[in-house]
Unconditional design. Sequence first.
Length: 363
Amino acid sequence: MNNNIRVGITQGDVNGIGYEIILKVFADPEMFDFCTPIVYGSPKIATYHRKVVGSQTNFNVVDNADQSVAGRLNLVNCNAEEVKVDFGMPTQESGKAAFQALERAVQEYRDGLIDVLVTAPINKNSIHSEEFNFPGHTEYIAAKLGEGNKPLMILMNDALKVALVTIHEPISKVASLITKDLVCEKIKQLNTSLRYDFGIEIPKIAVLALNPHAGDNGLIGNEEANAIKPAIDEMVAENIQCFGPFSADGFFGSGEYRKFDAVLAMYHDQGLIPLKAISMDDGVNFTAGLPVVRTSPDHGTAYDIAGKGVADENSLRQAIFTALDIFKRRAIEYQISRNPLKKQFFDRRDDSDKLKLDTQDEA
């Protein structure tokens, strides 16, 4: 019986480096000790990539994840039509193939055939269609598997965890979206994820300002005074350890981020630029706040090096390990919540100091 955690991996954009990094990760046979991988894609496309990059890794083609075999790199065929691989080029064909793989993986997660989801990079323009009218993976997965919960994007590496208040929004809109309620919501989500997904008992969260110099007492903007600082104060009153707002340039430049378990940034590039500057090759994107555990490598399709065999697979490897760790930690938390320890108390009516463990309240 296969007791390994079943990891669903989508092929991503077939003209990028998705298959190359998948093949490289599972060229290491020890990876199969940790999980049973199920790739959602195309056997023909996978074989073509395998030949181009000179990989010796073989696929086990199955009809669905229920047929997956432990110790093998399983592949579910999601693309019935022929798809031309044109390395480095975003095409309508490659976008459609990426969506079909993602759609099938989401469905098989719903059916209970996979345990976690890891997504290879897509091109947001080529995948866009009537079926995929979303800014990115995060919003699509939240809509399909979120059960009404809102997602929180957390980007991480060994040195830093960064969460985002706004995700894929144009800079021109960001300021209007920063409200006290939204910042409070994201602080709460981040605190919960740090506790239950990462096992940090009392997280310390740094909250970044939106404006240069944290608004400079209103001279460069009022979002800090009107939204961010009041949100921090409210969360502190609810016993969440959060601090700020910090001016982003000095906060990262001075290394202040090392004193915190996570950082809450106001917008995409404010958080991702320092994260990738610190370490580009091992970053992981985790979609917190949802029932499904979903991660991805923290890089794009890398069209400029696609098909050349030089892509670094470490970010995907770390994304898989992160998904496994969070899945196992959630399983432990679930068991604890189902089987809480019995209350321990002293019976004040009893002169002895004997600890009462099994006393039941009388009706």
